[in-house]
Design a protein around this ligand. Structure first.
Ligand code: NDP
Length: 316
């Protein structure tokens, strides 16, 4: 029979939200156990240089920053484990969680910091340059700066794509926006702003066929206009994908309230509380607006402090 492990604090996910929660929880003597999840370090491990996290005047690479956060969490004896949580039962006072190999954990508090994953088109060439850090990105705020005074292409037609295209238009000489249908999905005001920006060129009914490059760096994209079936090439050094994010929250859906797109709903704005007492959320799993490492870290801190107060009120 497998032994059930009872712990004061379980942290699920290892991005900036999870590690910050771990640092605070460990220093408050809550003996946190962290399961790192499918992608240890989270989304930042797929970015290159991070220049906007305060305290790094010379910048830092995403993977390096995550290693430092992990080291800081370990310094205070966070029990960091590889593996992920595949099932939960939050129907009773103690929160039951199971790992992929069937290990059962009963946690007094749970901090969900499972993040979100950017959606990509799934083209081989896109994945090739994404992995190399050669010019494919899903975050204009993170990476736009590297393409200043250059020409970029962005795919998508929602609010995110419009916001990011507008952001890029201030840095780049030209932004070409690829919209797969003949209209935007974005709100009218966001779409109008894009349409009224001189250096944003919008191609409707247009899909990406291939990201072009020299093997190392992106040099353009090959696209097709679906209404004319005409193929063409657009030169660019950066290819931005802004077709939405998928929050990693499916495992919690039977117990935790999610919004219509799968993001966890805060039960009480201004806190990290979910609808289940003792279960808190931090980072992108509940944030479709800001999605920054620094905001994730901030909410990680909030979740640990809220969990600590919850335990204290229970007399732990
Ligand atoms: P959305 O799901 O709203 O939009 C995704 C866009 O990507 C759609 O236009 C979709 O096209 C397009 N798309 C999806 N798959 C592909 C593909 N394979 N090829 C080409 N295009 C594709 O995601 P967002 O991230 O934009 O927004 C998520 C939520 O966050 C929304 O509710 C939005 O309103 C909100 N938000 C609000 C902001 C604000 O108010 N400031 C800023 C950012 C987001 P199609 O339309 O054809 O389906």
């Amino acid at each position: 029979m497998t032994q059930i492990e009872h712990i004061p604090c379980l942290i699920i996910g290892s991005g900036p939200a999870g590690y910050t929660a771990a640092i605070y929880a460990a220093r408050a003597d809550m003996k946190p156990v962290m399961y790192q999840g499918m992608q240890p370090g989270g989304q930042l491990t797929t970015t290159n240089e991070v220049e906007n996290f305060p305290g790094y005047p010379d910048g830092v690479t995403g993977p390096e920053m995550m290693m430092q956060l992990e080291a800081q969490a370990k310094r205070f004896e966070t029990d960091i484990r590889s593996g992920f949580i595949t099932k939960v039962d939050f129907s009773e006072g103690v929160h039951k969680c199971w790992t992929e190999d069937g290990h059962e954990i009963h946690a007094d508090t749970v901090i969900i910091s499972t993040g979100a994953s950017a959606k990509y088109l799934g083209l081989e060439s896109e994945q090739h340059y994404l992995k190399l850090g050669g010019g494919v990105s899903a975050c204009a705020v993170c990476d736009g700066f590297f393409y200043r005074n250059q020409e970029v292409v962005i795919v998508g037609a929602g609010d995110s794509a419009c916001e990011e295209a507008h952001y890029l238009s201030k840095l780049c000489t030209k932004v070409t926006m690829l919209v797969r249908r003949d209209e935007f999905r974005a709100s009218k005001i966001m779409a109008e702003r894009v349409k009224n920006t001189a250096n944003i060129d919008i191609h409707f009914n247009t899909e990406t066929l291939e990201v072009l490059g020299d093997g190392q760096l992106v040099t353009g994209v090959r696209v097709i206009n679906r209404s004319t079936n005409e193929e063409s090439e657009i030169p660019c050094t950066g290819f931005f994908v802004a077709i939405g994010h998928q929050p990693n929250t499916a495992v919690f859906k039977d117990f935790i309230e999610l919004d219509e797109t799968g993001y966890i709903k805060y039960a009480q704005p201004g806190t990290s509380k979910t609808n289940v007492a003792g279960v808190f959320v931090a980072g992108d799993a509940a944030d479709k607006t800001y999605r920054q490492a620094i905001t994730a870290a901030g909410t990680g801190c909030m979740a640990a402090l809220d969990a600590e107060r919850y335990l204290a009120a229970k007399g732990h």
